[in-house]
Ligand binder design. Structure first.
Ligand code: SAM
Length: 311
């Protein structure tokens, strides 16, 4: 039976940060709101226990994130273990740099789809944003992911004032050509200094109006924060992800988060609660069933603490 919180929101997704390590240094990175770097990581088996507990509570959609999930050399094993539960969705958010190496193995392990961070198609702009001259490798990775059968492939384009505004239409053309979906993401004031946020933030409202005007069909993604998906006359598809000061986004949040170092969090924007479960996961006197049962109890408690940030 699906869990509902005190605000009537179902709990359907678990977003799992598998590491804080990253090979990129994106100027806007929110680090999933997890604050300072932690070198502690859960093992594939520990992540599997959490996923199994979640699955048993009807949370059957999983997203792996980071840091950069593909810097973990056991990422295929993590995917394979979660996939063995036969989830409704299993996806990774990645900067794409290592997709060339991993795309085929990830698909064989059971990965269904991928989100790839693509803030620019201009080499200099890309490097200025990410700190890495990796655009060609990422484009190669996108090709590999397409050929491996990951579907849909979504490109994450975080809109940054004065930095990559001009890249939007170029990236949209690219997504159309390749049959991908573009996600235009509004910058969130998380994990970055206030000064940086003020410097880089620009509302995506005007972009949204333009897509809304052009769209031949608009779909509201009910269990994805009610975000709009615009289908344009030329066949391209764009989603707008706008969480900043957006009560609709929070009203339709269906997520729980697991941090890299083994804590449940209820919201990207809230510092608390952090409910650590490593003492359960690493308790040698517990059987697998007992570990899973205890984690289920913690998820039920965490769910009660879920609360919309913007109302
Ligand atoms: N390294 C992976 C990547 O680059 O996608 C996964 C981690 S990253 C934190 C996950 C996604 O969060 C990125 O793809 C990016 O779209 C989004 N993101 C990061 N910082 C953000 C911010 N300050 N505001 C909005 N979205 C952000």
């Amino acid at each position: 039976m699906v869990l509902y919180d005190r605000f009537g929101r179902p709990l359907l997704h678990l977003r799992i940060t598998v590491t804080h390590r990253c090979n990129y240094k994106c100027i806007y990175c929110h680090m999933e709101g997890e604050g300072g770097f932690s070198s502690l990581e859960l093992t594939p088996q520990e992540i599997y226990y959490v996923a199994k507990a979640a699955y048993n509570l009807d949370i059957r959609r999983f997203k792996l994130t980071g840091g950069e999930p593909l810097v973990r050399d056991d990422i295929v094993e993590i995917v394979s273990k979660i996939a063995s539960l036969k989830p409704l969705d299993l996806a990774i958010t990645t900067n794409g740099y290592y997709l060339v190496d991993y795309a085929n193995d990830l698909v064989k392990a059971g990965l269904k789809r991928v989100n790839i961070n693509l803030p620019a198609l201009d080499h200099e702009v890309y490097k200025a944003i990410t700190g890495v001259d990796g655009l060609d490798r990422v484009l190669e990775g996108i090709e590999k992911a397409r050929r491996a059968g990951l579907n849909p492939i979504k490109l994450n384009y975080v809109y940054l004032k004065g930095v990559n505004e001009g890249e939007l239409w170029r990236i949209l053309n690219y997504t159309k050509e390749k049959g991908l979906i573009l996600q235009v993401i509004e910058l969130e004031p998380v994990g970055i200094p206030e000064k940086t946020f003020k410097q880089l933030y620009k509302s995506v409202n005007d972009i949204e109006k333009e897509f809304s005007r052009r769209a031949v069909k608009t779909i509201r993604r009910k269990y994805m924060h009610y975000r709009p998906q615009y289908h344009l006359p030329d066949g391209s598809i764009v989603e707008i992800v706008k969480s900043h000061c957006n009560p609709q986004f929070c009203k339709h949040c269906t997520r729980l988060r697991l941090t890299a170092n083994g804590s449940f969090r209820t919201c990207l924007l809230r510092d608390k609660p952090y409910i650590n479960i490593t003492s359960i996961l690493r308790n040698k006197s517990l059987s697998e069933e007992e570990i899973v049962e205890k984690i289920k109890e913690v998820i039920v408690r965490a769910n009660i603490l879920r609360e919309p940030y913007y109302r």
